[in-house]
Design a protein around this ligand. Structure first.
Ligand code: GAF
Length: 382
């Protein structure tokens, strides 16, 4: 679908639901993380890129203090909320994401009132591809632009992260929202989370005869359950035991000395993953900068092994996809995102795509896969 057609479809759907025309239509993408997993809340490095899949929102302001949201992808019709009553924990279901964003914008002092919003999304839900970040970012972008509030994209992402941390209650880092807000077409985004420094790194696999396959295992993951928070707390406990602000501060060359100090086997495993994962991000960037794109494959695979054995957030289905892809000749493969299900990515030669994809389907018939290229960050459609 072209941008114009997507904008028109949303406009028509909005008009049908709310009985008037929207003031504009916006889009924000889901993401894949190439490398740098669970490093964001350790002040480290990440390297996501935007998917071509987006969540789109048609929006019109209201002046009666109501937020009314509707989604083509969710049951339950229009959800109506009083803007003044928005408060952490006060909203249930999918509508808490847009409610959280409006709450966070107002908390930050922006004079933004009610709105009617209709959403439609092509980002697979529950697949670890950041459908919730896309929903947050598209909401924040639309509401700020409609109200003439100029927020730099990184700040917009931080505000969305805060909305998820405080209002929704999921202690996520800032990678997904930053990817959705800041990625550019044809690039992976190197983000240094402590410095909030960004660099767009060209990532054009097609030009070199390669492809990246996203494989959704269809094992649903979730962040609001306890596991993600326990990992985060474990990393923070390890940094505290080392007397450091964050695990980012353990230099790769000092890893063994740091491990020798940590009393607990779990904290040692978590620390090893974070320190080696930050190093892998640096390796991937150095390889891409040197034009050695094929050589990032083994680094991606090493990242999977670390997430499986040290961080322990893989699952049988993700391991099966990775092992099958590698056995069939993939250049590299790893789980991507928060873990406990969701999706894997597979780097492969274009000529091997059909063979590897069919082996994966045979091994895990309920999985679905698609080749992808880095898409565009959040933007206005019409
Ligand atoms: C989830 C979180 F939302 C991110 O902040 C990040 O921690 C990721 O898991 C793991 O890298 O997507």
């Amino acid at each position: 679908m072209t941008q114009a057609a997507a904008g028109e479809a949303l406009t028509d759907a909005f008009t049908e639901v709310f009985g008037r025309a929207p003031e504009g239509v916006w889009a924000a993408p889901g993401r894949v993380n190439l490398i740098g997993e669970h490093t964001d809340y350790n002040d480290g490095y990440v390297m996501p890129f935007a998917l071509p899949h987006t969540t789109r929102a048609a929006v019109a302001r209201r002046d009666d203090g109501l937020l009314r949201v509707h989604s083509a992808d969710m049951d339950g019709g229009v959800v109506e909320l009083a803007v003044d009553a928005l408060a952490p924990g006060a909203t249930e279901g999918w509508a808490r994401y847009p409610a959280a964003v409006l709450w966070a914008l107002r908390e930050a002092g922006h004079d933004i009132g009610g709105a009617d919003i209709h959403y439609a999304s092509t980002v697979p839900v529950g697949a670890g591809l950041s459908s919730s970040a896309a929903l947050q970012v598209v909401t924040a972008l639309a509401l700020t632009e409609l109200h003439g509030v100029e927020l730099p994209r990184q700040e917009l992402a931080l505000l969305c992260q805060r909305s998820e941390n405080v209002y929704v209650g999921a202690p996520v880092g800032v990678m997904d929202q930053t990817a959705s807000a800041c990625c550019t077409e044809g690039h992976a985004l190197h983000l240094d989370v402590r410095a909030l420094a960004q660099r767009q790194v060209p990532f054009d696999l097609a030009a070199e005869g390669m492809r990246l396959l996203v494989v959704d295992t269809r094992v649903e993951h979730a962040h609001a359950d306890g596991a993600y928070g326990e990992l985060r707390a474990g990393c923070e406990a390890a940094a505290a035991a080392l007397g450091l602000p964050a695990l980012r501060d353990v230099a790769y060359d000092d890893l063994d000395a740091a491990l020798a100090v940590l009393p607990d086997e779990r904290l040692r495993r978590l620390t090893r993953h974070i320190v080696t994962e930050n190093r892998r991000v640096e390796e991937v960037i150095a390889l891409l900068d040197a034009g050695r794109t094929r050589d990032i494959g083994p680094v991606l695979t090493a990242g999977h092994v670390s997430l499986r054995d040290d961080f322990r957030i893989s699952c049988a289905e993700l391991d099966l996809v990775v092992d099958t892809a590698l056995a069939e000749g993939a250049l590299g493969a790893r789980m991507t995102g928060g873990g406990f299900g969701g999706s894997a990515i597979v780097l492969l030669e274009e000529s091997a795509e059909a063979k590897i994809a069919s082996a994966i389907t045979q091994a895990l018939p309920r999985s679905r896969h698609f080749p992808t290229t880095p898409g565009r960050g959040a933007h206005r459609l019409s």
